[in-house]
Design a protein around this ligand. Structure first.
Ligand code: GDP
Ligand code: IMO
Ligand code: MG
Length: 458
């Protein structure tokens, strides 16, 4: 029997439906982001009722390539290209309405006009002062050097993510999506808060440029009220909506943004983002408890990359790294910055598999390694003369480690036409087996190119 349809109204009964218990599948990045989560979500989304973002904001850049055409998504879940799949933005997301509208318009241009979108009334809103503060802090930090010539900035995407989450924790100055639907109180609140934000920006940037970049409070309020009106049809209590769907027997796909090693609690602090991007963020970021998850798919590259500052033990600032960057088109989807490239770090991988309770791996961009005579993997770290297989989720500690590499045989042939594991060159097959062994979980998906078709399952 088909489960009943979804009632999105805010007073709908959540239902119990013990005969139709749906379950959740999570897709999370296991490294420092850009592992190819967008492609994996797009591949899987058709079998789910909804794809749900639970963390981050427009700092994410998820590329989906369909029939050779590339689509970049920042806030809208990557399942948007499938008919009948609801796109849900959960309460844990920090939402920049202008960025969302740009994306909706782009999707409409690409032929997706009737996106079934639901936005949490409890998602926090990224405001102009958050973006101004993000940039001003980065500029101020860059001026503080550690003596080695490198700046002290985090290298954020400047999308206002940190300041928006900080306001969530501060509480009084935060604006949530639900507030955009209450114009009178919004106007009063913006008027009060804007004076304090302007003063804060003047202190951060004495030139006055950051403060001067803010729109006047009245204009900002008018813009936000307009945004609220455009958002209104999508806004609901997504926590009830998701439980309703689960209780009706529907399965949900949770889309991680950013990645495990950028998790604010478990990543390479302070060079992290400001949310729990690992699977652990799903509960707080959607209101769906972890026990409803039946599968956790960890997405990893066949090597490592990182954008922004922070330690990266296996980084190859040399020909090998440059070659990976060019073959893998390793330039940011959100900022266009060249990504730092290096060999696979198994210490970090095992940590991420453990932390997320990964049940299966999607191994991406294997095609990028074709043509290397040999491929290296880091099996352990050396720290103060001792060998350790523990990851160190602290930037200062991790910067001290030296990677211990093992060298594996490379392969010459291009593999983007391979559609089964057996069709891969022996050394590529051995590389996949090696990763499976080291991670202790099966590799369910091997990706050999950006397109949907360039995928090996099972
Ligand atoms: P996300 O943030 O995890 O969704 O990843 P991004 O979309 O930022 O970056 C991954 C990049 O790799 C995108 O440009 C994808 O189109 C591309 N990509 C995904 N899988 C593969 C693959 O198997 N091979 C190659 N060459 N590119 C891939
Ligand atoms: P996706 O979802 C790669 C990095 C930034 C910076 C740090 C903090 O595409 O994998 P922020 O703007 O969040 O305050 O920046 O985190 N970062 C990402 N790097 N991919 C991402 O997302 C990222 N999201 C944040 O480069 O180092
Ligand atoms: Mg990305």
């Amino acid at each position: 029997m088909a489960p009943p349809a979804i009632d999105r109204s805010t007073n709908a009964s959540v239902g119990r439906g013990p005969n139709f218990p749906g379950s959740g599948t999570a897709v999370v990045g296991l490294q420092w982001g850009d592992e190819g989560k967008g492609k994996v979500i797009d591949l899987l989304a058709g079998s789910f009722r909804a794809v749900v973002r639970y963390n981050g904001g427009a700092n994410a850049g998820h590329s989906v390539v369909i029939d050779g055409k590339r689509h970049a998504l920042h806030l809208i879940p990557s399942g948007a290209f499938h008919q009948g799949v609801m796109a849900v933005i959960g309460n844990g997301v920090v939402l920049d309405p202008d960025m969302l509208f740009v994306e909706l318009d782009r999707l409409a241009d690409a032929g997706i006009r009737s996106l079934d979108l639901a936005v949490s009334d409890r998602a926090h809103v990224v405001l102009p002062w958050h973006k101004a503060e993000d940039a001003a802090r980065e500029i101020a930090l860059a001026a503080i050097t550690d003596g080695s010539g490198s700046g002290g900035s985090i290298g954020t995407t400047r999308r206002g993510i940190g300041p928006a989450y900080a306001d969530k924790a501060h509480r009084a100055e935060a604006i949530r999506v639900g507030d955009l639907l209450r114009p009178a109180s919004l106007r009063t609140k913006i008027a009060h808060v804007s004076a304090r934000k302007e003063a804060m920006l003047r202190a951060l940037d004495p030139s006055g440029a950051a403060a001067a970049s803010l729109p006047a409070a009245a204009k900002m309020t008018d813009d936000l009220i307009r945004s609220g009106e455009r958002l209104r049809p999508f806004v609901t209590d997504t926590m009830y909506l998701l439980h309703h769907m689960l209780n009706q027997g529907h399965n949900l796909l949770f889309e991680g943004a950013n990645a495990t090693l950028l998790d604010v609690d478990h990543g390479t602090f302070p060079f992290v983002t400001s949310s729990n991007c690992s699977v652990l963020g799903i509960s707080t970021g959607t209101g769906v408890p972890g026990e409803r998850l039946s599968r956790v798919i960890g997405v990893m590259k066949a090597y490592c990359t990182r954008v922004g500052g922070g330690p990266f033990p296996t980084e190859q600032d040399n020909d090998a790294g440059n070659r990976i960057r060019e073959r893998g088109r390793e330039y940011g989807t959100t900022t266009g910055r060249p990504r730092r490239c290096g060999w696979l770090d198994l210490v970090a991988l095992r940590y991420a598999v453990m932390l997320n309770g990964v049940t299966g791996i999607a191994l991406m961009l294997l095609d990028v390694l074709s043509g290397f005579e040999e491929v290296k993997v880091c099996k352990a770290y050396r720290l103060q003369g001792k060998t350790t297989d523990r990851f160190l989720p602290d930037a200062e500690a991790l910067a001290e480690v030296e990677p211990i590499f093992e060298t594996l045989e490379g392969w010459e042939a291009e593999i983007s036409g391979c559609r089964s594991r057996d069709a891969l060159p022996a050394a590529a097959r051995a590389y996949v087996d090696f990763i499976e062994q080291a991670a202790g979980v099966p590799v369910d998906i091997v990706s050999v190119g950006p397109d949907r078709e360039q995928t090996i399952r099972g």
